[in-house]
Ligand binder design. Structure first.
Ligand SMILES: Nc1ncnc2c1ncn2[C@@H]1O[C@H](COP(=O)(O)OP(=O)(O)O)[C@@H](O)[C@H]1O
Ligand SMILES: [Mg+2]
Length: 261
């Protein structure tokens, strides 16, 4: 375990993470610590390896090398569900809701550890299950309210706009009461009013104690949310600093231009 002195261990610690796809190292030796209560941004040009790094942390990919710790406990070999159980949530860059299920039903898919599921199910009465289900529905409705999707609760998810799908994705992961959320481009393609709304909701969640790791290209959003930014390029850490520092760093500008060229 990474040494942490007397302080609480970082919410997430990555040590030397690497991911090889065939001959290409999408992530090539990434290490970082995410502190309790922090909002940390991960930026970098397309193809830098940001989403792959999220997949390694969430457990949907097994790293070629390196270690991942959640609150000081190694989870490198744990499946995604075990990490969700430890309070980790992640949103997808391109949300794919169940199109024919209602918005409310989609949110309910994010519920964890229902009494009626798993090995103990036979020992739990139908009454307990019904009470849990009612509680889950109430919680899902409250989350739809928090994200202004209530009036769409009973519509099939296919009617949602791209921006509304981003909100539904957030509502879904909040059902599990995460301690830390990995947000993959939560504001990509959303209109300016919705961008403001998403910034406000992220600040609300953080004020309630949720730690956040954010992949985002919008530097205004990054500057308003984050004290610290890690810049990735070609699978590696290019630099790290405050948003206004990295935004004017010539290496960072060159990395973005290199991809555009
Ligand atoms: N499952 C995969 N198989 C092969 N290559 C992949 C896979 N996922 C991502 N890559 C490649 O890894 C690199 C990093 O991708 P990604 O992590 O999506 O970057 P970013 O999110 O920073 O845009 C890209 O070259 C991408 O094509
Ligand atoms: Mg990505």
């Amino acid at each position: 375990m990474p040494s942490s002195g007397q302080q609480a261990p970082p919410v997430i610690s990555a040590r030397g993470l690497a991911m090889q796809f065939g001959g290409m190292r999408a992530v090539d030796g990434m290490s970082f610590d995410l502190s309790q209560g922090e909002i940390l941004a991960l930026i970098g040009p397309n193809g830098a390896g940001k989403t792959t790094l999220f997949n390694l942390i969430a457990g949907s990919l097994r790293p070629s090398a390196g270690q991942i710790f959640l609150a000081g406990t190694e989870v490198t070999r744990d499946p995604p569900e075990a990490r969700i159980g430890k309070g980790l949530a992640r949103t997808f860059q391109i949300p794919k809701p169940f199109a024919e299920m209602t918005v409310l039903e989609n949110v309910l898919t994010g519920a964890q550890r229902q009494a009626g599921e798993g090995m103990l199910a036979n020992f739990i009465t139908p009454r307990t299950v019904a009470a849990e289900e009612r509680a889950a529905v109430e919680k899902a409705k409250a989350l739809l309210d928090f994200l202004t999707l209530s009036r769409l609760a009973h519509e099939p998810a296919r009617v949602l706009s791209g921006g509304q799908r981003k909100l539904l994705e957030l509502a879904r992961v909040l059902m599990a009461d995460p301690k830390v959320i990995l947000l993959d481009e939560p504001a990509a393609g959303v209109n300016p009013a919705l961008l403001e709304f998403i910034i406000a909701r992220i600040l609300d969640l953080n004020a309630q104690g949720t730690t956040i790791l954010l992949i985002e290209h919008n530097m205004e959003m990054v500057a308003r949310l984050c004290g610290r930014v890690i810049v990735m390029a070609e699978g590696r850490r290019l630099t790290e600093g405050r948003p206004e520092e990295v935004a004017r760093d010539p290496q960072v500008i060159a990395a973005y231009l290199g991809v555009a060229a």
